[in-house]
Structure formats: structure tokens, C-alpha cells
Design a binder for this molecule. Structure first.
Ligand SMILES: C[S@@+](CC[C@H](N)C(=O)[O-])C[C@H]1O[C@@H](n2cnc3c(N)ncnc32)[C@H](O)[C@@H]1O
Length: 314
């Protein structure tokens, strides 16, 4: 995507993002209830605070994935809750959110050590209801969030439930491997519970680097990571079988998120131009003991959720 001269970036509600035309890459300007590409005389509507920047044929292609994803998430009770990742005592997912909150704060502390400034321009990809973005807006950062899911309870529109002034958060309907955003725009790019949804990890990592400033950081949180690929495949197969039983449907593999493989991380991040640090992976003794325990309990090794920090040094 080409990177012409920057547009005025502040939106009427105070949000900031260097949005670009999804078709030609030209700068977009606020125009009526949407954004306009002057180069192609093309207009993108803004719906419930979300810029609809996904090209129409990609929206059509993603529809089957989204229908199943939204149905599953609704049935499992996932929804935006004010204050996330903090939840009240007795919350049905209290343990899960406690772990997520710890990794979120630790990840931000690691990012802060790498970044030269204290006020950051942040992009969150695969943001869902954008609780991570909402936290960062409240801490004074300028934040843009993208996702393909606009669901009012669990997708980008649900951010309205998390912020007093949701228009301070820039939101765009977009895919993480084809971002309608100017190059070298963000100090921090975050994928929280999201990177394992890409079907093309190398391409996505290159795209995330394109929009990151030199000296900037990519923070990957809560993507299931396995030492061995067969354990990841077993997890996906188990989940597909459970969905097939629940809905009586045949579940295509492409509709499912995936996982990362520990031994492949350094190579795949390195090839995309990131210097990778892996935090929170246990030492060999703890790893073996935990594996034995999980095999006894679940019949297979389960995922780990390391914090991955990529630095764009060059
Ligand atoms: C498990 S949710 C994570 C939501 C949130 N970031 C969190 O931490 O709770 C994964 C999100 O990734 C989004 N997603 C899946 N594929 C995507 C893609 N290609 N581009 C952008 N977002 C995507 C889904 O729509 C979903 O909202």
C-alpha cells in the first residue's frame, strides 16, 4: 500500500488514526458520516463509530467465519464488560481474566522499557470489544483499534460500553494483514488474543511492522503457543469436534483460529524484521513437570501463553 502525504488525523470526536484508502492507499479525510478518498472519489461510511474500511469482497469472504465466530462467542457468554480485564469476585471467568490482567500489565511494562516516550500512538489489531484499547485510552495514549467483527456485544461496536467517551478511540473494520493505515505510524502495536487468528503469520508480521515506527514495539499477548505442532493440531481438532456436536454442523478448518509453535517463533518474527523476546516460558524442569501433569489430566499437552515482544530496530 503506498504512503502519500499524511492527512489531518484527528477525527471529530477527538480520536486519532492515519487511515488510508483500502483500495489505493491514499490518505482519507473526514467527509460527512464517513471518510473520503479524494484520489478515487471513494467514500467509506462510519457506522456506530466504526469506519467501514474493509473492501466489499473481503467482507463477503469473511462472512462464514464471522457467523460461526459470533454465534459461538454469544453462546459461550463472551461480552464487553466495563473494567476489563478486572472482573468482580465470583465472575464465571475470574481465573482466566486474572491471568490476562497479569500478562497485560507485564506486557505493557516490557513495552515501556523499550519505548523512548511515555505517551504512545497505539494500534490494536483483532481488538474485539477493544478492552485493551479502552484501557490505553484511559491511560492517556492515542489509540486506534481494528477488527473484522463489529458485533455490538463482543466486537468493535461494543467499545461504546467500555468508555465514557468512545469517540476518543479510533475504530476501523479491517484485517490485520492488510491494514488501511499509513506506514511507520505507531509506537506500539498490540495483538491480544488475536495473532493466532491469521491464516498467514509471515505476511501479518510484515504488515504489522510496516505500520510500526522504527524503535517501536509489537506486543503479542494470549496467543496459544505449543512446543509441538501435533499438540496444537489436537487442540484445534478437539474444538472442531465440540462445535460439530454442539451445532450439528460440519466445521471447516479455515473457520478456526490456530496456534503458534515455540520453536518457529524466532525464525518467523526475524524474517519479518522483528527482534523477538519471549517472556513467561517456563524453564526445562517446570515445562516437563507441567507437560506430564497436563497429559495425565487432559491426555495431551496444553497451550502456554507467553508474552511475545517484537522490537523494530531497523
Ligand atoms: C479472541 S478475540 C480477541 C479479542 C480481544 N483482543 C481480546 O483480547 O479479548 C479474536 C479477535 O480477532 C478477530 N479477528 C479474527 N481474524 C481477524 C483478521 N484477519 N483481522 C482482524 N481481526 C481478526 C476476531 O474477529 C476477534 O474479535
Amino acid at each position: 500500500m503506498k504512503n502519500p502525504s499524511p492527512a489531518p488525523m484527528v477525527e471529530p470526536g477527538g480520536a486519532w488514526a492515519p487511515w488510508r484508502c483500502s483500495y489505493c492507499g491514499a490518505a482519507l479525510l473526514p467527509h460527512g458520516e464517513g471518510l473520503r478518498c479524494a484520489d478515487e472519489d471513494r467514500w467509506f461510511g462510519t457506522d456506530g463509530g466504526v469506519h467501514r474500511l474493509l473492501p466489499a469482497e473481503r467482507r463477503r469472504a469473511l462472512q462464514p467465519f464471522l457467523e460461526l465466530y459470533q454465534r459461538t462467542r454469544r453462546d459461550e457468554g463472551w461480552r464487553a464488560e466495563r473494567g476489563l480485564p478486572r472482573v468482580p469476585p465470583g465472575h464465571p471467568r475470574a481465573k482466566l481474566w486474572a491471568g490476562r490482567a497479569l500478562r497485560f500489565e507485564r506486557g505493557l511494562a516490557l513495552a515501556a522499557q523499550s519505548l523512548a516516550t511515555t505517551r504512545w500512538d497505539v494500534l490494536e489489531v483483532g481488538a474485539g470489544c477493544a478492552w485493551v484499547s479502552a484501557q490505553l485510552v484511559e491511560r492517556g495514549h492515542r489509540v486506534a483499534a481494528v477488527d473484522v467483527n463489529l458485533d455490538p456485544f463482543d466486537g468493535l461496536r461494543a467499545a461504546d460500553r467500555l468508555l465514557d467517551a468512545p469517540l476518543r478511540l479510533a475504530r476501523g473494520e479491517a484485517e490485520m494483514d492488510e491494514l488501511p493505515l499509513a506506514a511507520s505510524s505507531f509506537d506500539l502495536v498490540i495483538a491480544s488474543g488475536a495473532l493466532h487468528y491469521t491464516h498467514d503469520l509471515p505476511r501479518t508480521l510484515v504488515e504489522l511492522r510496516r505500520v510500526t515506527r522504527r524503535g517501536g514495539v509489537l506486543l503479542v499477548l494470549d496467543s496459544p503457543t505449543y512446543r509441538r505442532r501435533p499438540d496444537g493440531e489436537a487442540m484445534v481438532a478437539d474444538r472442531m469436534a465440540a462445535l460439530e456436536r454442539r451445532y450439528g454442523l460440519s466445521i471447516p478448518r479455515e473457520s478456526q483460529s490456530s496456534y503458534l509453535v515455540r520453536g518457529e517463533l524466532r525464525g518467523v518474527f526475524g524474517s519479518a524484521g522483528w527482534t523477538l523476546e519471549v517472556h513467561g516460558w517456563p524453564g526445562p524442569l517446570r515445562e516437563t513437570l507441567r507437560d506430564l501433569l497436563e497429559i495425565a489430566r487432559h491426555g495431551r499437552r496444553t497451550a502456554r501463553f507467553p508474552i511475545l515482544l517484537g522490537r523494530r530496530d531497523g
